[in-house]
Structure formats: structure tokens, C-alpha cells
Design a protein around this ligand. Structure first.
Ligand code: GLN
Length: 477
């Protein structure tokens, strides 16, 4: 069966009777069967229920009652709740835990006749940039299996890139949708903070966490975004801003686009990514967009701000995993020993590192020096970023400083690993939407990505310009 690039390709084949949803699900299950043993993208596959649901949806299609996502087969990162199914955040501490409800984003997809095919591998509690921090073992990059797929939504990017599902849901707290998408050569969209409900998404750092989409086409990302967005009784932080028809993203508008000189000239940026990003900027100018250099003097402050604040929020959020309320317990007759041992045995090293860092920056003697200061710097970064968007429609940078790195290369060196998020964290620190788009491959055949950021709630135009950039990939082969 062909490798479908978008839901409309699928719909077209269904409409002329060349394809059924049941056959489509079977196709993805075959792909999973063939590839998952090596790539480790899926932690659980819901084959029987997906096939059963496919029969039902085929029936709805025949009777003209199918809804907008009929024919879309979706995988979800192991941080999203799906009623009656396991949910472990790729952590031992949630061993045996089953969700009693579905997250709002997942439920909205199901309501539109999407099929959820399984839960996908990721870094434990979405903390990481390589998928090596999973209690279920690493996932491999399908382009080169000696390389990491990126993280934390590594399995989700691998699954789309290797045709094990059509679209994946990931979460993006500091780049976890965009960075693996870039490493695997697919699209990763992180919407504005508060655009989509976080109800049913396991919390990492609540003032940063965003539901994101990994796909092969802008069309799919737009449609899925549109369906998941908007107010929700279960999450009062969701914005009441009206949800536009994101799927109608095409326009003939010419935009004003800036690129940050500090990002393009950063010492850690690989030369081939720098050259490819410059080429994209030239191509946008050739299409009639106004492209110019601009500055962001605080680039080097964003990562430290991000890692202080997210660790603080994580230490608080993860205090609920105490051996009593969820999942795993290491038994002891002494309550305090039980808490300690359940957490010591249940959490992996990176999660423990974040909890300890977070507890430290929140402690009475260091609160002002770290946590309060980082909050102030966050505000400065936000103000300066918003100022740039008074002038520009979009800011363009590479998604990552390097292409996919070797398995084992960085996981003993947390600071170098954190540097992978250099360009992605700005969007989370400030709450703005951002997307990573595949722009071709380097001399080793590894995918490279470009990131486009926009002002809050400007996803419609972000999708429009992305749809133009994505066509450059074929021209640049
Ligand atoms: N790599 C970043 C981190 O470890 C981003 C994670 C994410 O977006 N979930 O915090």
C-alpha cells in the first residue's frame, strides 16, 4: 500500500472504492509488526479495537455519516490518557496504571472518527531530547538506526516518519514535538500555550506544556489542530479566543519575516544547517516575502531560564507519584520508607535530576536567587519577543543546532543534551506557536529542519507560510 501523505489522499482513495479504513488500519498494523521490533516506537498497539472501530467507520462512510477524521489513524505519546488503557509516561513509577478517562484532545479526535492505534515511546515524563530516558528502552531513528530520533516525543516522530501511523500526538514543553520531527524529517507543530486543553495530558511543567501534532502534511496538522483547539470545562487555562478554520490556511499574503542573527551565527550551529536555513530565507524572498535580519540579545538566557522554571514546576507536579495514589509501590511497614523507596525505584536518573534541581531552586534559601530571578527573566524574554512580533509576522531559525546524534553520544552529558533545545525553548518560555518543517538532508543523509515562530494565536498564517516553505524541500534535493 502507498505511503499516504495526507488525509485527503486517503479520502480520495476511499471515495473511489480503492481503500477501506479497515484495510488502512491493517496496513499500519503490518508496518508496526515489521518495524517496531527494531525502532521501538510503539509501547502498546491496540490492533483488535482499531480494526473493530475501522469496520464501524467504514459503515458510517457508506451511509454518509462519517465525520471529519474518518480514515485518520493516530498514535499518541505515552503521556495522553485514553480511557481503559495503560498510561505510563515511559516510567516505571506508573507500572500498572490505567486511565479512567480520555484526555480532551484525544476525545475530540475520537469524536471526529479518528482511530487511536497505540501509545508511543518517549522520554520518561517527557524529560529529554533523545528518547534515551525511557523505562522501555530507546527508540531508533528510522533514517539511520544508529542515531537517536530526538525527544521527548521520539516514538511519535519515528512512527510518522516510518509510516506506522498517519499522525501522532506529542507534547511540547521545550521542543519535544519540533526537535524529534526535525531529526526524523517530518512536521512538528507546537500551538500557542492555552490553545488546546491539557486535561488528560500528564503534567511536566504546567506553564509550558502544550499538546502538539506530528504529521507529514500541513493539511493534517491544521485539521487536527482545529479539532483539538478551544475551551474545555476541564481546563480553565484554555483560551476563549475563537478557533479559526485552520484547514483553510492558504492565502496570497506577503509576509514580513525576520531571522535572528544570534541564532544563525551561534557557535553550536552545524554549518550545513546554517546554509540550508539561509537558502530557505532566499527562497522566501524570491516568492516576494520581505526577509531581513533582526536581533534577539537574550538568546543565551532562554535555556537557563527554561531549565530553572521547568525543573521547579516538575518537582511540584511529580510529587503526586508517592507510591500511594498511582502505579508502583515498593512495600514497607514504615510510611516514609515506602514513599522514599517507591520514588527511588520508580523514577529514572534524569527525572530525579530535575526533581532535585527543582526542589533546590524552590527551597527557601535559594528561591530568590534562582526561581524568582528566572521568573523575571522569563518576563523580559517574553516582552522582547513580543516586540519583535510588532515588526515581523514570523521569525525563522534552525529547529536544532545539529542533526540527529549517535545513540549514547550525549546521554552522559546533560548540559550538552540541554543545548539541543537552544532554538526551541523560546516558544515555550513565551507561549507563542512554532513549527518545525523538514528542509532536506545533510551530507550523511540525515534530515534537517527549519523552525518558524509567530505571535500568539497566529497559527492560521503560520500554517500558510509553512505550506510554502515545505515545497522548497523538493526543489532543494
Ligand atoms: N528537551 C526538553 C526537556 O527535556 C524538552 C522536553 C519537552 O518539550 N517535553 O525539558
Amino acid at each position: 500500500m502507498k505511503n499516504f501523505q495526507s488525509i485527503s489522499e486517503i479520502r480520495d482513495e476511499i471515495a473511489v472504492g480503492k481503500l477501506t479504513v479497515h484495510q488502512l488500519v491493517q496496513h499500519y498494523l503490518n508496518q508496526i509488526e515489521e518495524k517496531n521490533g527494531r525502532l521501538n516506537a510503539f509501547l502498546s498497539v491496540y490492533g483488535d479495537s482499531a480494526l473493530q472501530r475501522a469496520l464501524l467507520i467504514d459503515k458510517k462512510i457508506r451511509s454518509g455519516k462519517a465525520r471529519r477524521l474518518a480514515g485518520m489513524i493516530i498514535g499518541i505519546k505515552d503521556v495522553f490518557a485514553l480511557e481503559g488503557h495503560r498510561l505510563q509516561c515511559a516510567s516505571k513509577i506508573l507500572e500498572g496504571f490505567e486511565s479512567q478517562y480520555s484526555g480532551t484532545c484525544v476525545q475530540r479526535l475520537l469524536d471526529e472518527d479518528a482511530i487511536i492505534i497505540g501509545h508511543q515511546n518517549c522520554d520518561e515524563f517527557a524529560m529529554g531530547s533523545s528518547n534515551e530516558n525511557s523505562a522501555f528502552g530507546l527508540a531508533r531513528n528510522p533514517v539511520d538506526e544508529t542515531k537517536v530520533p530526538g525527544g521527548s516525543s521520539g516514538g511519535s516522530a519515528v512512527a510518522v516518519a516510518s509510516d506506522m501511523c498517519q499522525v501522532s500526538l506529542g507534547s511540547d514543553t521545550g521542543g519535544s514535538v519540533r526537535q524529534p520531527a526535525s531529526f526524523c524529517g517530518v512536521i512538528g507543530l507546537k500551538p500557542t500555550y492555552s490553545r488546546i486543553s491539557r486535561h488528560g495530558l500528564a503534567a511536566y511543567a504546567s506553564s509550558f506544556d502544550t499538546v502538539g501534532v506530528i504529521s507529514k502534511s500541513i493539511e493534517d496538522a491544521a485539521l487536527v489542530l482545529e479539532i483539538m483547539s478551544g475551551p474545555d470545562d476541564f481546563d480553565s487555562t484554555v483560551s476563549n479566543n475563537p478557533v479559526p478554520n485552520y484547514h483553510k490556511f492558504q492565502s496570497t499574503k506577503k509576509y514580513k519575516i525576520g531571522y535572528l542573527s544570534e541564532a544563525i551565527s551561534h557557535e553550536s550551529l552545524a554549518i550545513e544547517i546554517k546554509e540550508s536555513t539561509s537558502k530557505i530565507l532566499e527562497q522566501l524572498a524570491a516568492l516576494g516575502h520581505h526577509v531581513e535580519e533582526t536581533h534577539f540579545s537574550k538568546l543565551d538566557y532562554i535555556l537557563p531560564t527554561y531549565y530553572v522554571l521547568t525543573a521547579a514546576e516538575a518537582s511540584s507536579n511529580l510529587s503526586r507519584y508517592d507510591g500511594v495514589r498511582y502505579g508502583r509501590r515498593t512495600p514497607s511497614n514504615d510510611l516514609e520508607v515506602m514513599y522514599k523507596e517507591s520514588r527511588s525505584d520508580g523514577f529514572g536518573d534524569e527525572v530525579k535530576r530535575r526533581i532535585m534541581t527543582g526542589t533546590f531552586v524552590l527551597s527557601a534559601s535559594y528561591y530568590d536567587a534562582y526561581y524568582s530571578k528566572a521568573q523575571k527573566v522569563r518576563k523580559i524574554i517574553k516582552d522582547e519577543t513580543e516586540k519583535l512580533f510588532e515588526e515581523y509576522d514570523f521569525l525563522i531559525s534552525p529547529t536544532t543546532p545539529t542533526t540527529a546524534f549517535k545513540i549514547g553520544e550525549l546521554n552522559k552529558d546533560p548540559l550538552r543534551m540541554y543545548l539541543e533545545d537552544l532554538y526551541t525553548v523560546q516558544a515555550n518560555v513565551t507561549g507563542i506557536p512554532a513549527i518545525s518543517l523538514p528542509i532536506g538532508i545533510d551530507k550523511d543523509g540525515l534530515p534537517m529542519g527549519v523552525q518558524v515562530m509567530s505571535k500568539s494565536f497566529n497559527e492560521l498564517e503560520l500554517l500558510d507560510v509553512s505550506n510554502q516553505i515545505i515545497t522548497f524541500k523538493d526543489q532543494n534535493r
